[in-house]
Design a protein around this ligand. Structure first.
Ligand SMILES: Nc1ncnc2c1ncn2[C@@H]1O[C@H](COP(=O)(O)OP(=O)(O)OP(=O)(O)O)[C@@H](O)[C@H]1O
Length: 252
């Protein structure tokens, strides 16, 4: 749904992802332009070509970067300005767990975000124990992270995000480099997440049963709405581009 008169009502209920007039320039080039977005859909997919602005949009939604113009509110929180509230509100799972993990052991990694949120050491320990038990990984508590596989590290990152109980979890291509069983297991874990999901993917089938899909193109929203019409139009366009032999449109 496009921004409209319903925005302020959604902000009051604190239920929505609301981006208003968002633009961002990097290296003298516009990366995102005039993004107006307001939705209270529970599961949101974001698709688009390489370089279309998906990851930048994800980082804005988490408040990791601030827009040059406009505002980003998640559940009523201005995530770029109120960083502590943002930590409670929205978490992100990056494509590569090695870009996310900073501690040598699973326990330390899981406890970090919790203490950043202001939990005491004891509260953090209890939450770490609980999340490991929830995922059947109590035996990972003292594990050295470098001994885990790529997919296992991705699960540690997911547990770290979920331990913080955010209202929204952003998944930025979380399946890249994972084998089929691991993808299936993570998909099942995502389905159990008790939070809104914003899932960035190049695979339209991954978000086909989602509630709302946003197609990014050239830093703008090309189309958004129910999954089926948006994904059908996206796949038709990508197929047409892929069938041609003109490489001049390659992003970048
Ligand atoms: N810090 C930066 N400095 C310069 N250019 C940037 C910066 N961050 C992003 N860009 C540019 O903005 C555009 C969008 O990048 P972004 O990573 O958001 O795209 P994406 O849709 O996630 O791509 P992919 O599917 O390849 O991961 C790209 O052209 C990228 O080069």
């Amino acid at each position: 749904m496009r921004m409209g008169t319903g925005v302020s009502a959604m902000e009051e209920t604190g239920a929505a992802i609301v981006l208003s007039g968002v633009s961002l320039t990097r290296g003298g080039r516009p990366v995102l332009q005039d993004i107006d977005l307001s939705t209270d859909a529970r599961r949101i997919g974001i698709v688009g070509r390489n370089g279309s602005g998906k990851t930048t949009l994800a980082r804005l939604i988490c408040g990791l970067i601030a827009p040059d113009t406009g505002t980003v509110r998640i559940g009523g929180v201005d995530v770029a300005r109120d960083r502590r509230a943002a930590l409670r509100t929205v978490g992100i799972l990056f494509q590569n767990p090695d870009h996310q993990i900073i501690f040598p052991t699973v326990e330390e990694e899981l406890a970090f975000g919790l203490t950043q949120m202001g939990r005491t050491k004891e509260q953090a320990q209890a939450a770490v124990t609980a999340i490991l038990a929830r995922f059947g990984r109590a035996h990972w508590h003292d594990a050295a992270i470098h001994t885990l596989s790529h997919g296992q590290k991705q699960l540690v990152c997911l547990m770290a995000v979920l331990a913080m109980e955010p209202r929204v979890v952003v998944l930025d291509e979380p399946f890249s480099g994972l084998d089929l069983p691991t993808r299936m297991q993570l998909t099942a874990a995502f389905a159990r997440i008790d939070a809104g999901i914003v899932h960035i993917t190049h695979d339209p089938d991954v978000v086909r049963d989602y509630d709302h899909v946003i197609w990014m193109d050239g830093g703008r929203v090309a189309m958004q709405g129910d999954a089926a019409p948006v994904l059908d139009a996206y796949v038709a366009r990508m197929t047409a581009l892929g069938a041609g032999d003109d490489l001049s449109h390659l992003a970048g």
